[in-house]
Design a protein around this ligand. Structure first.
Ligand code: GTP
Ligand code: MG
Length: 228
């Protein structure tokens, strides 16, 4: 963080009104707090669903959950990319991934279990579904993406807040995090041989998901009939 004097001299050199800038920053900070509340709501919902599922089916559908709020700079860049004026109202209206939740599951079936459980909640609106599991991206990327709206109750009323939910298996997540790192290492595009290897790794991750499911199905059968 630059020192206050540095900011002041930058403002003087660039003819920036410090009061206006500081009001704008406070406006952004206040505008974004609602996304933190939305994440708390969705995290509580997921925790309850996970525990109830464990109670009924004897296993946890969710391995782990990560959530994040996009930083103001990222939001501003995205507004700029979309050719929109940079202000908090446009951010709330046009950027749907300011709040993001990533849910990692053991098995592919759990992904759809969670999707249907969320879909069944009367206060959640599913705005958009992108199924990159049934339709993987050409690079091999797989995940189920949802844009949902969740109500947040404040002292002066209720606000519907957009949250991006990504649901994937551990194998899909492993692949996506490595691909993400590689993608950002090469400014001029990832070399072809690495793209080929990444696609092969995505296929191997898919095979692993299938294999783990076959093993789990056998264990389930053993647990219900095998002990007789
Ligand atoms: P964004 O402008 O990035 O939000 O893209 P979009 O509006 O087309 O949304 P999409 O649902 O396709 O992707 C949203 C998010 O999914 C991205 O921000 C990433 O976190 C993740 N994602 C999508 N495609 C890939 C991919 O090929 N590799 C990895 N590692 N992550 C991806
Ligand atoms: Mg995004």
């Amino acid at each position: 963080m630059e020192s206050f004097n540095q900011i002041k001299s930058y403002a003087a050199e660039n003819n920036v009104n410090l009061d206006k800038l500081s009001n704008e920053l406070i406006g952004w900070k206040n505008g974004l707090i609602i996304y933190r509340f939305a994440l708390e709501e969705i995290n509580t919902k997921l925790k309850i669903l996970n525990e109830e599922f464990q109670f009924i089916h004897n296993h946890n559908p969710i391995e782990h959950i990560k959530s994040r709020i996009k930083d103001p700079k990222g939001i501003m860049l995205k507004l700029q990319r979309k050719g929109l004026e940079i202000n908090i109202d446009n951010a709330k209206k046009h950027i749907h991934d300011i709040a993001g939740v990533r849910i990692t599951c053991s098995f592919v079936s759990n992904i759809y279990d969670i999707y249907h459980m969320l879909k069944g909640q009367s206060d959640i609106k599913i705005i958009k579904v992108k199924d990159y599991i049934k339709n993987p991206k050409p690079n091999g990327y797989k995940s189920l993406h949802l844009i949902i709206k969740i109500p947040v109750f404040l002292s002066n009323g209720v606000e519907e807040v957009s949250v991006e939910v990504q649901i994937r298996t551990i194998a899909m997540d492993f692949w996506a995090s490595l691909e993400h790192k590689i993608y950002y290492k090469f400014d001029d595009g990832v070399p072809e041989h690495l793209l080929v290897e990444l696609k092969e790794a995505a296929d191997a991750a898919h095979e692993l998901d299938l294999k783990m499911k076959r093993i789990k199905d056998r264990v389930d059968i053993y647990q219900t009939v095998g002990k007789d």
